[in-house]
Design a protein around this ligand. Structure first.
Ligand code: PMP
Length: 301
């Protein structure tokens, strides 16, 4: 088995020796952006979308990534190859780089880039999706005119505090409301509800991250002729929905069993959740959904 290596600023380093400076503003201030990406069966799922979101996040925070998108994509693929991975979770991070102890980013001359790829097998399969119990977080999601979660930034304290609240309440996760009181998203997943055969998911106004899984599922619903709306969803609609599920790269699809102790629908997962899940299981393995890591058949891993 090849030793695990991490891409750090253009070099591949043994994972135990991969370090960044304690003066890095990513560490000191959460000043940076990242992506969490999956590879399924030798292909990186929706890699182009992840790269686009990474560069958009960086643009919004005035962070100039020192690699072209093509170079970055190649670096992700090479990290997977060096670690001989086919099924993996990939973490891509670009920080502001090392500066002084003040917040001023202009003193950080060189952004830090690292890519970690670890083996991860999918939970998707013939079995039903896992079910989770949720609460509504007491903290609101940051508004779109605040530190918007449309930026996939390293600043995850809003999320972490809600996760702590959920764990303290003895449940799996928390759903945020936005500053207006509408449903936003869960800690690291987007929310979908099903009511009378129709699917709805909160829109950008609710301060969500524009999830790549969310986008794929919206398309999947349309392909299956399931009506899907991006719109405001009230907490009442969530709690009284026939079904609800969460979607994200790492979590894949999770059925919502309860919110604040109230059961959602009759059974978790519900029938439409199961159908969407089954279709998504097939989608992730389709070659055209991803970017191949290895030239066809030329490398055995
Ligand atoms: N919202 C937040 C806050 C997240 O961190 C994630 C995980 N990236 C998601 C939603 C789901 O997005 P995606 O499907 O792109 O992983």
């Amino acid at each position: 088995m090849a030793p695990a290596v991490v891409f750090v600023d253009g070099r591949f380093v043994d994972k135990h020796k991969a370090v960044v400076s304690v003066f890095d503003h990513g560490l000191l201030y959460g000043d940076g952006v990242f992506e969490g990406i999956r590879a399924y069966g030798g292909s990186v799922f929706r890699l182009n979308e992840h790269m686009k979101r990474l560069y958009d996040s960086a643009k919004y925070i005035h962070l100039s990534i020192p690699l072209s998108r093509h170079e970055f994509t190649e670096a992700v693929l090479e990290t997977l190859r060096k670690n001989r991975l086919k099924d993996a979770y990939i973490r891509v991070v670009v920080t502001r780089g090392a500066g002084d102890l003040g917040v001023d980013p202009s003193l950080c001359k060189h952004p830090t880039v690292f890519i970690i790829a670890e083996p991860m097998t999918t939970a998707l399969g013939p079995k039903e999706p896992r079910s989770v119990r949720l609460i509504i977080a007491s903290l609101r999601r940051d508004a779109v005119d605040s530190t918007s979660h449309e930026i996939k930034s390293l600043n995850y304290l809003n999320t972490i505090l809600a996760k702590i609240e959920a764990k303290n309440a003895g449940v799996d996760d928390a759903i945020f409301l936005d500053h207006r009181g509408f449903v936003s998203e869960a800690s690291v997943t987007n929310v979908f509800i099903v009511k009378e055969g129709k699917v709805a998911t909160p829109s950008s106004a609710a301060g969500i991250l524009h999830g790549i899984t969310r986008q794929r599922l919206i398309r999947l619903c349309s392909d299956l002729a399931i009506e899907v709306e991006e719109r405001d969803v009230t907490p009442f609609e969530l709690v009284t929905a026939d079904e609800a599920f969460l979607a994200g790269t790492k979590s894949e699809i999770l059925a919502v069993e309860s919110v604040g102790g109230t059961r959602i629908g009759i059974a978790s997962p519900g029938p439409l959740t199961k159908r969407i899940y089954a279709e998504f299981c097939k989608a992730v393995l389709r070659p055209e959904e991803g970017t191949p890591i290895y030239e066809a058949e030329s490398v055995s891993v």
